[in-house]
Every structure is written in structure tokens, then in C-alpha cells.
Ligand binder design. Structure first.
Ligand code: HEC
Length: 156
């Protein structure tokens, strides 16, 4: 329960920060001086996950090894497009974006299973399900206050 509350708080501040960012960007002129900014529409695919898929919980949610295992898989399969720390690259958007961080684990799992093939995101159904859930844990670890490799420590 506490974990959920924390996640919600993180997401809320994330979204608030991106709104502020969007507003401050509006008042500034040349968009070509900022780092590649991806259209939020890119992430709209996550919204299309059917409710049942979205509500699936990650069976590895409490597995302390899952984030590190996911990081290795990410390096092997995803970094060439999304960048070595998922910051975004020439071929694919950042996964640190609020749209991804606030999506449910089930929605991210659904994207990995189905891909967004027509837009260049491959299908990952060939990876066994536990590996896909490890990737979900890794992706989710990027946005929160918790460092990617450590298991969550309670706040003082
Ligand atoms: C060949 C390049 C490529 C590889 C490899 C790749 N992706 Fe992607 N990915 C993309 C592109 C392009 C998009 C944007 C798709 C869109 O416009 O919706 C994307 C989007 C995503 C999204 C956001 C979903 C959305 O709504 O678009 C997630 C999450 C994601 N990728 C995770 C991964 C993971 C995890 C891996 C490794 C297992 C991976 N990707 C490998 C190209 C790639």
C-alpha cells in the first residue's frame, strides 16, 4: 500500500514537472536548441493496452534480482535504439518520460509483447515472460527515487 502511494506521488510530481517544463518551453523560442524532444503522441500506444492487460501485476514485483537482470536484458536488446540508459536515441524515444513511468507495469508488458511494429518498436514475445517482466522492473526503476541497482530502502 505504501509502495503504491509512493509510486503515485512520484508520478504526480513527474507529470507536474513535465507540465512546467512544457510551459517554460513554450515561452522560449528556438525548439532546435533543445535536446531531441519526443512528441507525447509517441507514447499514446501505451494507452491502448486493453484494461485486462493494463491491470496485470508484475509477478516479479518483489524479486530483488529483477531490476539488475532487466538492465542486462535492456543492454542486449533495447539499448541500440533507446540508448544505453533508456535516455532515448536516434531510433527510439526516452523511457524516462512520464508517459512511460506512469504507465502500469501491465501496460508496459503489453507493449513489449505486442510491439508497435509499424512505428519501429519490435515485438518481444520471443523473450520468455519472466524476462519481459524483468525489463518492466528495470524500466520502472528509472523514474522513481530508487537507484536502478539497489533494492528499495525505506526513506528516513
Ligand atoms: C529497432 C529499434 C527498437 C528496439 C531494439 C527497441 N525499441 Fe522500444 N521503441 C522503438 C520505437 C521506434 C518506439 C516508439 C514507438 C511509437 O511511436 O509508439 C519504441 C517505444 C517503446 C516504448 C514506449 C511505448 C510506446 O507507447 O511507444 C517502450 C516501453 C519500449 N519501446 C520498450 C522497449 C524495450 C524494453 C526494448 C527491448 C526489449 C525495446 N523497446 C527495443 C524502437 C525500438
Amino acid at each position: 500500500m505504501k509502495a503504491i502511494a509512493t509510486a503515485l506521488a512520484v508520478c504526480t510530481s513527474f507529470l507536474a514537472a513535465s507540465v512546467v517544463l512544457a510551459q517554460s518551453q513554450k515561452s522560449e523560442k528556438p525548439p532546435d536548441t533543445v535536446a531531441p524532444k519526443y512528441d507525447p503522441a509517441i507514447y499514446s500506444e501505451l494507452q491502448k493496452a486493453p484494461e485486462k492487460a493494463r491491470n496485470r501485476t508484475n509477478p516479479l514485483q518483489n524479486d530483488p534480482e529483477a531490476v539488475a537482470a532487466g538492465a542486462i536484458l535492456f543492454e542486449q536488446h533495447c539499448a541500440e535504439c533507446h540508448g544505453s540508459s533508456a535516455q532515448g536515441g536516434k531510433k527510439a524515444p526516452s523511457l524516462h518520460a512520464a508517459e512511460v513511468q506512469c504507465a502500469t507495469p501491465g501496460a508496459i508488458f503489453w507493449i513489449l509483447t505486442n510491439g508497435v511494429v509499424r512505428k519501429g518498436m519490435p515485438v518481444w514475445s520471443k523473450l520468455p515472460e519472466p524476462q519481459r517482466w524483468q525489463l518492466v522492473r528495470y524500466i520502472k526503476s528509472l523514474g522513481g527515487p530508487v537507484p536502478a541497482v539497489e533494492s528499495p530502502a525505506p526513506k528516513p
